[in-house]
Structures are given as C-alpha cells and as structure tokens.
Design a protein around this ligand. Structure first.
Ligand code: PRP
Length: 189
C-alpha cells in the first residue's frame, strides 16, 4: 500500500490527494496531555470510556494507554448516514453499550465533533442510564461547523472546517489506518 506510507507529507486516498495536517508526534503529545489531565481529574475514581465506533477507535486506544489510573472501556456504534442520521431523527444503535453505567463516571470518546448532532444524541441517550457524571473527549472539533451546543471537556485540536482523514477518520471507509491526520489538498484539485 505505497500511497499510505506513514512518513509521507502527501498521500493519495481514493484518487484524491491529501496533505499532512497533524503529524504523529503532535498527535501523540496532545493525546498524552489529555490522558494526564484525565488521570488527574479522576484520581481515586474509575472512569469508563465509551468509544464511538468506528472513527474513535485509534484515538481511544492511544488515550487509554496514556491514562495512568484504573479505567474501563466500552463501545457504542450508531447507524452511519452522516449528519443526516441524526437530523432525520432516525437513529439506530448498531452496537449498544453493554456496560452498566448507573452511578459511573462516563467519558464519551469521539474522533471528531462536526455538527455536534451525534454527541448531542449520545449525551441525551446516556442520561437514561443515570451515570454519576458524563464528560466528552474528542480528538478534533470543527468549531465553525457545530450547530448544537455540546459540552467540550477534553479537546485535542480545534480545526477549521476542513475535510480530514487518518488516525481513525475515513474517506469512504479508507484512510483510517493512516497514523497521522491529513486534509484534502485543494491546491492539487
Ligand atoms: C463521524 C464521527 C462522529 C460524527 C461527527 O462518524 O466519528 O461520530 O461523524 O459528526 P457530527 O458532529 O456532525 O454528528 P460517522 O458517522 O462518519 O461514522 P464513523 O465514525 O464510522 O466514520
């Protein structure tokens, strides 16, 4: 897979050219900072991280490894029709949360908050489980695209309204395995 080489500053994904935006070192440094912050904030507690599939899997894996206190993990997957899946009001949970969340300290982990509709849906849904507390962690936040207010407790990077892939984020399901975050190279179009 030569087009997905880790060290390249530009790559091809589905015949589109992307250029590097957040390199591995930058990502790992920031993820470690968030892990350290969570370890301090939840000292003496045992938070449970809820990863939102598919995109969050890589951030979640690195984030968990950077947390030094006891913590647990579970996953949630929503039906995927882009932002429409939420705004249409028809949301299917393709994978429900299995863990018992009543009385637990929950951290919802996303790869990206775009319109905010997914996170709002998840937070509303979580209230039904009566957790002790809920916070959010997202690697990326597109502030200009966010349409609904959602609490942003741990944000890796606030980014412009750009199309991004890599480090879990996809373009038509490809590109998730890129170890860095890339943006569409408009100049190459
Ligand atoms: C992406 C991302 C978030 C959501 C953010 O998921 O992982 O869950 O969209 O967008 P929003 O803030 O506008 O709701 P997607 O449905 O693309 O599925 P994926 O994680 O499997 O790529």
């Amino acid at each position: 897979m030569p087009d997905l080489a880790a060290t390249q500053t530009t790559i091809l994904c589905r015949d589109e050219r992307f250029r590097i935006y957040l390199d591995q070192e930058t990502l790992h440094r920031r993820v470690q900072e968030i892990g350290d912050q969570i370890s301090r904030d939840y000292e003496g507690q045992r938070p449970i991280l809820i990863g939102v599939l598919n995109g969050a899997f890589m951030f979640l894996a690195d984030l968990m490894r950077s947390i030094s206190i006891e913590c647990e993990v579970d996953f949630l997957k929503l039906s995927s029709y882009g932002a429409q899946k939420i705004s249409s009001g028809v949301v299917h949970e393709l994978k429900k949360i299995d863990a018992e969340l009543q009385g637990r300290h929950v951290i919802v982990v996303e790869d990206i908050i775009d319109t905010g509709l997914s996170m709002k849906y998840i937070l509303d849904r979580l209230l039904e489980y009566q957790p002790a507390s809920v916070r959010t962690a997202t690697l990326l936040h597109k502030a200009d695209a966010t349409r609904v207010p959602v609490p942003l407790d741990y944000v890796g990077f606030s980014i412009e309204n750009l199309f991004v892939i890599g480090y879990g984020l996809d373009y038509g399901q490809l590109g998730r395995n890129l170890p860095a975050v890339y943006i569409l190279d408009e100049e190459a179009a």
